[in-house]
Every structure is written in structure tokens, then in C-alpha cells.
Design a protein around this ligand. Structure first.
Ligand code: 6GU
Length: 223
């Protein structure tokens, strides 16, 4: 699966993909991540990528030319299943959308800044607009990192223990049960007895009950 991300701050996207599962998925060839600097496509003599908004008002708008040329450059190389614009006015991202995107071959992600990008880019090229929640970020880069991370980790083969991604919180609309590791007692704090019992059926039942209890308590909206 391939991701191409358009941004004016490629540095912001360097480290998120260079660790752990995502790094290994890239090394294994399961995921390919291309990062394109929108500024490289600017025909302005100062490589400008933003300008004042027509009609006035505070804040700069990312102009159409550099983004359109960057998008066209990518479209010459391959077809994209979705061209995604990261924006607070998009549909709210969730596990279901991540699962759906993980079945695609090529995704393009456009990161905006300032007051956003020229609407004509959205009208002509964008097939999907995603927000990662009801709060405002400086730009779409951190949101793009969230989307790519959540999609890559569920591509078959990305996690060595195949069942692990399936037992995540949200995969069955339930929060995960609490987890413990050694030692079984630390400064008087004990691990629940059942987890040390070796009784797999009883442990499975306990985990399901804890999952339900947590979900009822913290996210009744999921039930
Ligand atoms: Cl996708 N972009 C920005 N700039 N802010 C956000 C967002 C995206 N999702 C939530 N807030």
C-alpha cells in the first residue's frame, strides 16, 4: 500500500514514520510512504505557497498553483483510490474509516495550513475530507500522521501477531481490558489473581467482562 503526503513542512512527518511498527512495515515493503514538499512545485520567484484571501479577512490561504501541480505530478505516476484533505471540517476519523482505508492501494493526503487551501483544489481533486477530532491543529501534518499510523498498523503482516490488531480497543467497539506484566506484586500492588491462574477460559471471560465494564463506565456511547 502506498501513501503520498503533500505538505509545506516535510520535517514534521519524518519522525512519526521512523519508529516501531510503521518503520518495520516500510522496511518489509508492506507500506510505502512518499512525502512531497508543496513548495518545490511553486512557480513563484520566492517559492511562495500562500497569499491573502479574496474578500479580505485575517489569515493566509494556500494557493492553488503549487498544490495543483503537485497533485498532477503524482497523478501522472499512478491512480489514487482516494485523495484525502485533512481539515477540521472533514468527517470525523474513526476505526471504521481506518479499516476501510487499509483495503486501498494508493492514497494521497493533502495537508493544509493557515486558513486552509484554495477551495478549487477541494472541488477538483479531493475525494474525501477527514478531521481527527473537534479541536484545531496548526496544520494537517499531525492529522496525516495519525491517519497513516492507524491504517498501516492494520495492514495484514504489519503486526507480527496477526490477532493483536484485531483485539485492539475499538475493533469490536469495546475498550480493551486492563493489562499487567511482571512482577506479580510491586510495592504491595497485586495483579488480579485470575490472570496468574493459567485457566485460559476463565481469563478470557474476565477480560470480556472488564472490557464491557470499562466501556459502560467510560464510553457508553459505544455500546
Ligand atoms: Cl485534519 N487539521 C487541522 N488543522 N486541525 C484539525 C484536524 C485536521 N482535525 C482536527 N483538528
Amino acid at each position: 500500500m502506498r501513501f503520498d503526503i503533500l505538505t509545506v513542512h516535510p520535517e514534521l512527518l519524518e519522525s512519526p514514520f521512523n519508529y516501531s511498527i510503521i518503520k518495520r512495515a516500510v522496511e518489509k515493503g508492506i507500506a510505502e510512504i512518499g512525502i512531497l514538499n508543496i513548495r518545490d512545485f511553486s512557480k513563484d520567484k520566492h517559492k511562495k505557497t500562500d497569499d491573502y484571501a479574496f474578500g479580505g479577512g485575517a489569515g493566509m490561504v494556500m494557493t492553488i498553483q503549487p498544490i495543483a501541480d503537485a497533485v498532477e505530478h503524482l497523478l501522472e505516476q499512478r491512480n489514487y483510490d482516494e485523495i484525502i484533505y485533512l481539515t477540521p471540517d472533514g468527517i470525523q476519523f474513526n476505526q471504521g474509516i481506518a479499516n476501510n482505508l487499509s483495503t486501498k492501494r494508493n492514497l494521497m493526503l493533502i495537508c493544509g495550513h493557515y486558513k486552509g487551501i484554495d477551495q478549487r483544489i477541494r472541488d477538483k481533486y479531493v475525494s474525501m475530507e477527514i478531521s481527527i477530532g473537534d479541536y484545531v491543529l496548526t496544520g494537517g501534518e499531525l492529522a496525516a500522521a495519525v491517519v497513516v499510523d492507524s491504517v498501516v498498523r492494520i495492514i495484514p503482516g504489519a503486526i507480527s501477531d496477526e490477532t493483536s490488531a484485531l483485539s485492539d480497543s475499538f475493533q469490536d467497539n469495546l475498550l480493551s481490558a486492563p493489562v499487567y506484566s511482571r512482577p506479580s506484586e510491586f510495592k504491595g500492588m497485586k495483579v488480579p489473581e485470575i490472570l496468574l491462574s493459567g485457566n485460559t477460559a476463565a481469563i478470557e471471560k474476565w477480560r470480556m467482562e472488564e472490557s464491557l465494564r470499562r466501556t459502560k463506565e467510560r464510553r457508553p456511547d459505544l455500546l
